[in-house]
Design a binder for this molecule. Structure first.
Ligand code: FAD
Ligand code: DLZ
Ligand code: SF4
Length: 508
């Protein structure tokens, strides 16, 4: 047998990985490396680096126990080549082979780097998803719009998840209308399962502190699971204690509760410690056992079977230039407070501080607080994209870019979103208790104390009226804007301009 190198990346720590499935334990050599190129292509949150290195080390140990020849390079080893292709070349020399089997990476950047190597590369598809790219493309081909909802229905039919014969369970495909309850007073869930760092994790934490301790975000306390057993325990904990109320409060936000009923399974899913179908089946079982209601289970499954699969299809369909798109031609720099949380806008301050401490914020905080503000203020979407890629533990470009560039910033011109996700302060006030402790007044539409979201919202709509005025879903808003008298419009736009002028120059 010809010896081959089998590449396992930091977000590929799964037994079911296609490269491992194709490999031969007797003759092949597994290559894993903690490399500075991957750790610094953006300045990741230290928790993200620690999570990935610890998961890699534990997975490598398991593979070794299972009889594989694993060549693992730690970040601080003196002969570390510093990049994935560099490590493969070094191991190729060492083992006398020039053949590599890899599973397609989740970023165009790394796919390109592997393809450019002077080694014989077999790149296998990443089969750890429920849909294949071919299935996504055949669904997408010839459609005028690529709305997630219709793809999701196909995926329900394909998997049989929550299906009653050919019909959706309960008679409806989507129970989102029941999933928009405002923030409750009490949360009957103590948050995601936390794990005490073991020796492997502690070693990694020391390394990351020494090498990346100055990056944005706090490293300790670190309580994420870092192996498959822990990830499965975290999933069971969520299904048992939080899933029943996940639907109701999916969009809510609270000053004093960072997780509400969210699952925090995205880090585990995205590196391969959990399998998406396993997660969906576990949620489905909770419904059929009468443990969780349909609106919660359908809502949760839709995020994974629908959104997660759909954004991946879009990323690979749209190509490497996707993260650079800027359909609205927004050019403002990202405000400094995205790196400090140092702003009087309580919603932003809370979402950013939480992000720094947890490397996590839930979907509505990402979309309707930090994303909404960046879009309203006209921030360059590539800068927004890099921020999200850096600060969240679950951020890999295949999933982060469509969510940021497409869904949140409308920079793909409407491939993902049928209208921009913008709102005034009223939405944030309805869904959270942030406004109650804010220096700005959400009820004020103009003036010194007016919530900046209120003035920026109209400014955005006015600035982009040519593009959005005729959008069916925005007619009513534009009708409201036209009905406003000219003096009021002028006052709002002047306040918005004054605020934008201050942004970046003084504290807002
Ligand atoms: P839950 O709310 O409990 O949802 C369950 C699971 O559904 C998640 O774990 C996730 O795997 C999946 N899911 C939910 N929404 C989405 C979505 N829109 N796209 C893909 N999967 C989804 N998710 C990432 O995994 N990585 C990212 O880098 C990322 N960047 C985002 C950037 C922006 C601007 C926005 C608006 C959303 C982003 N999301 C991203 C989607 C979503 O916010 C996270 O998946 C979610 O917050 C993860 O937390 P959770 O596990 O508690 O999710
Ligand atoms: C994100 C990340 C980091 C921080 N470090 C490593 C690493 O040292 N070695 C590795 O194999 N992978 C790492 N990763 C994950 C890769 O960046 C990821 O595989 C690509 O971005 C493709 O999704
Ligand atoms: Fe955010 Fe405006 Fe509410 Fe303050 S008043 S928390 S800025 S939405």
């Amino acid at each position: 047998m010809v010896k081959r190198l089998v590449l396992v990346l930091g977000d590929q720590v799964s037994d079911s990985l296609s490269a491992l499935q194709k490999a031969d334990k007797e003759s092949d050599v597994i290559v894993m490396g903690e490399v500075s190129d991957e750790a610094t292509y953006v300045q990741h949150h230290p928790k993200k680096i620690a999570f990935i290195f610890a998961a890699m080390r534990k997975f490598a140990a398991r593979l070794r126990d299972d009889g594989w020849d694993v060549r693992y390079t730690r970040l601080d080893e003196s002969d570390n080549a510093g990049s994935i292709p560099g490590e493969l070349l070094r191991r190729a020399d060492e083992t006398g082979t020039s053949e590599v089997i890899a599973t397609q990476p989740g970023e165009w950047r790394l796919i390109q780097a592997l393809e450019d190597m002077p080694l014989k590369l077999t790149m296998l598809p990443d089969t750890r998803f429920i849909s294949t790219q071919a299935e996504f493309d055949s669904w997408a081909d010839g459609r005028k719009t690529l709305r997630m909802e219709y793809f999701y229905r196909e995926m329900r039919r394909k998997t049989g998840l929550l299906m009653d014969g050919d019909e959706p369970e309960g008679g409806q495909w989507n129970y989102d209308a029941e999933n928009r309850k405002p923030a409750p007073d009490d949360i009957a869930f103590s948050g995601p399962m936390q794990f005490t760092p073991d020796d492997t994790v502690n070693d990694v934490l020391d390394l990351v502190e020494a090498r990346f301790g100055n990056s944005f975000g706090t490293l300790r306390p670190f309580s994420f699971g870092t192996d498959q057993t822990q990830a499965r325990r975290a999933l069971t904990h969520f299904i048992t204690y939080a899933l029943p109320r996940f639907g109701d409060y999916q969009d809510a936000m609270l000053n004093d509760n960072r997780f509400l009923y969210h699952a925090l399974v995205s880090p585990y899913l995205n590196v391969g410690l959990l399998d998406p179908m396993e997660v969906c089946r576990a949620a489905e079982a909770a419904y059929y056992e009468g443990h969780a209601p349909l609106n919660a289970v359908e809502g949760f499954i839709r995020q994974i079977l629908g959104w997660r699969e759909y954004v991946r299809g879009i990323y690979f369909r749209e190509g490497p230039d996707y993260p650079r798109r800027n359909a609205l031609n927004h050019q403002r720099g990202l405000p400094d407070f995205y790196w400090s949380g140092d702003t009087d806008m309580n919603c932003l301050s809370k979402a950013i501080t939480q992000t720094a401490e947890e490397a996590y914020a839930h979907h509505i905080q990402r979309l309707m607080v930090t994303g909404n503000f960046a879009l309203l203020a006209g921030v360059n979407p590539h800068e927004v994209h890099e921020w999200y890629l850096r600060v969240y533990i679950d951020a890999f470009e295949w999933v982060e870019a469509p969510n940021t560039v497409g869904m949140s910033q409308f920079a793909d011109g409407g491939i993902i979103a049928s209208k921009p996700y913008v709102s005034s302060g009223a939405y944030i006030n309805r869904m959270s208790d942030y406004c109650k402790s804010c220096r700005y007044k959400v009820q004020d539409k103009t003036g010194e104390d007016a919530c900046p979201f209120n003035v920026l919202y109209w400014k955005f709509l006015d600035r982009h009226a040519d593009r959005f005025r005729d959008n069916n879903r925005m007619n009513r808003i534009y009708a409201n804007w036209s009905r406003m008298d000219d003096d009021r419009k002028a006052a709002i736009l002047a306040d918005a301009d004054a605020f934008l002028d201050k942004l970046g120059r003084e504290r807002v």
